[in-house]
Design a protein around this ligand. Structure first.
Ligand code: IPD
Ligand code: CA
Ligand code: CA
Length: 271
C-alpha cells in the first residue's frame, strides 16, 4: 500500500473529527423522526457544524489554503494556488430520514488540478482516499474498479434530479435507456459514495447530471486512481464545470457514453 501523505492525513483527521459529531447527531435524528417538528432544522445545524469543524481543522493544519465549501461557498482569502473543496454532509436527504448512507467529501486542488481526495463514510468507518499517481484505497486496502465487460452483468449507480431542478424528462429518458440494458440501477443518495463505490468495484459505473464540485471532486480522483474513466457523457474529462458525470470501468465507459449520447436532450414540460 502507498503510505498516505501528510495532506491525506490532515484531510482524514478533519473528516473523522466532523464524523464524530455527525454520528452523534444522526442518533438524535432517528429520535426526531417521530417528533412533530421533525428533524429538518436540526439537520441543517448538523451540516453547518460539520463544515465549521472541517474548516477549523484544515485551516489550522494548512494556513493560507483557500476553500470552496457547500454551505459557506468560496472563501476569497486563499493563496490562489491551493483550494480545499468540501461537502461536509453528502447524502443529506438520507441523513434527514435516518438512512445510514452519507459521507464527508474533501478534495485538495493545486493550481486548478485535484491532487488528493478523501471520502469518509462515518457509519461504516470507511475512509476512501486517493492521491494523484499513488492509487486509490479504502482504509489500508488498495482499490481497483471492476472488470465486468458486459452491460447486462453490470450494476450502475445514478442520481435522480431533486424537486425544483430542471432536466427531469431528459434524465428519465437516460434511465429508460440504461436500465433496459443492465443488471441493475441503484439510487443511493450520496454522489461522493457512488463514485467511491465505482472505485471499489461495487458499482461498475455511475452517471448523474448537474452535480456540484463538492459532490464529485474527491470521488472523481478515486475512480481515476482505481483505474476507471470519468468524463462528461460527451467525453470531456473536465467534468467539474458542468457536473455531468459518467464514471465507469475501462470496458463499460464507452458503451455507456454512447447510450447516454443517443438520448436526445428533451426539455421539461412546464410544472
Ligand atoms: C446530493 C447527493 C445526491 C445527489 C444530489 C446532491 P447533498 O448532495 O449527492 O446523491 O443526487 O445531486 O446534491 O445535498 O446530500 O449534499
Ligand atoms: Ca452533496
Ligand atoms: Ca451536502
Amino acid at each position: 500500500m502507498a503510505r498516505p501523505s501528510p495532506n491525506i492525513n490532515v484531510m482524514t483527521a478533519a473528516a473523522r473529527k466532523a464524523a464524530r459529531d455527525l454520528v452523534r447527531d444522526f442518533g438524535e435524528v432517528e429520535q426526531l423522526q417521530v417528533s412533530r417538528k421533525g428533524p429538518a432544522d436540526f439537520v441543517s445545524a448538523a451540516d453547518l457544524r460539520a463544515e465549521k469543524t472541517i474548516f477549523r481543522e484544515l485551516s489550522k493544519a494548512r494556513p493560507g489554503y483557500g476553500f470552496l465549501m457547500e454551505e459557506s461557498g468560496q472563501h476569497a482569502d486563499g493563496d490562489g494556488r491551493h483550494r480545499w473543496i468540501v461537502d461536509p454532509l453528502d447524502g443529506t436527504t438520507n441523513f434527514l430520514h435516518g438512512v445510514p448512507h452519507f459521507a464527508i467529501s474533501i478534495a485538495l486542488e493545486v493550481d486548478g488540478e485535484v491532487v488528493a481526495g478523501v471520502v469518509h463514510q462515518p457509519v461504516t468507518d470507511e475512509t476512501y482516499w486517493a492521491e494523484r499517481g499513488q492509487g486509490a484505497h479504502v482504509n489500508d486496502r488498495r482499490l481497483r474498479v471492476s472488470s465486468r465487460a458486459k452491460l447486462e452483468d453490470s450494476l450502475i449507480g445514478t442520481g435522480i434530479p431533486f424537486k425544483g431542478e430542471t432536466g427531469h424528462s431528459h434524465y428519465l429518458a437516460t434511465l429508460a435507456s440504461i436500465s433496459n440494458r443492465v443488471s441493475g440501477v441503484r439510487r443511493m443518495g450520496a454522489a461522493a459514495l457512488d463514485l467511491a463505490f465505482v472505485a471499489a468495484g461495487r458499482f461498475d459505473a455511475f452517471w448523474e447530471f448537474d452535480l456540484k464540485p463538492w459532490d464529485i471532486a474527491a470521488g472523481i480522483l478515486l475512480v481515476r486512481e482505481a483505474g476507471g474513466y470519468v468524463t462528461t457523457p460527451g467525453g470531456d474529462p473536465n467534468v467539474l464545470p458542468s457536473g455531468d458525470v459518467l464514471a465507469a470501468n475501462d470496458r463499460l465507459h464507452q458503451p455507456l457514453a454512447e447510450l447516454l449520447r443517443s438520448v436526445p436532450k428533451t426539455v421539461d414540460a412546464a410544472a
